[in-house]
Design a protein around this ligand. Structure first.
Ligand code: CA
Length: 234
């Protein structure tokens, strides 16, 4: 990462305690922070300052966070991590389907916050132009995926996957660290109108049987209950 320009994070959050906590962590870890407690001001700051990442609370006093997101996505691909309350799965899925990059649930800790920001930055349109393209191989723990040869090895042993299982693994691993919704995965693998989540679950179960030592407690692909799946980063 370049040392001269710190990534700018816009924090749109109306709870001062949370907003201050986020700012302190980000400032201490090499980010610049701008913050606001309303959706309206958040939108105008997103336009004026072109932040690298936006951290967006979904429960704002003036405009609903989902509406703020919808508006941002009308003109910008800036990564957005939504901040949500525990249990609001429907709201999170809606935000992710509207183009949020990830979500974080209150209360969250330092390492989780930093991981979400780092992943969002890595998958940002700016970063995609450089480091993310052209990756031929990825190693996560004992799992090695070679995209150019279309091979998968686990602890040095070749893993035999069906074309669908390989596509799912490729999609998740190229987005390692980031949550992908059920709908998103199904659209990417089966196309726009392939709406049967049972097929995805069956394929995921088979894939996990092949790459996980204990499919009941997966180490590589974790389930985000009610939302989708996330491949770990390393
Ligand atoms: Ca709030």
């Amino acid at each position: 990462m370049s040392m001269d320009v710190k990534p700018l994070v816009l924090v749109v959050e109306d709870e001062d305690a949370i907003s201050n906590f986020i700012s302190a962590i980000l400032n201490a870890n090499g980010y610049q922070v701008m913050k606001t407690n309303t959706g309206k001001e958040g939108l105008s700051m997103a336009t004026s300052y072109s932040p690298d990442v936006i951290l967006l609370d979904l429960g704002l006093p003036d405009i609903d966070g989902v509406e703020v997101l919808r508006s941002i996505r009308g003109w910008s691909k800036t990564p957005v991590v939504v901040v949500s309350a525990r249990g609001h799965e429907h709201e999170k899925v809606e935000a992710l389907d509207l183009g949020a990059d990830d979500y974080i649930v209150k209360p969250f800790g330092t390492s989780e916050l930093l991981a979400r920001i780092r992943t969002a930055l890595r998958h940002s349109p700016k970063a995609m132009g450089t480091e993310s393209n052209g990756i031929e191989k990825i190693t996560i723990g004992e799992l090695e995926i070679d995209y150019s040869k279309r091979t998968v090895f686990l602890s040095g042993e070749k893993v035999h996957l069906t074309p669908i299982e390989y596509k799912i693994l490729t999609l998740l691993s190229k987005n390692a660290g980031k949550v992908l919704t059920h709908d998103y995965i199904m659209r990417e693998i089966w196309g726009l109108y392939a709406g049967d989540s049972h097929t995805l679950r069956v394929n995921m179960a088979n894939l996990r049987r092949k790459i996980e030592a204990n499919p009941g407690a997966p180490k590589y692909i974790v389930t985000e209950m009610g939302i989708g799946y996330r491949m770990v980063e390393r």
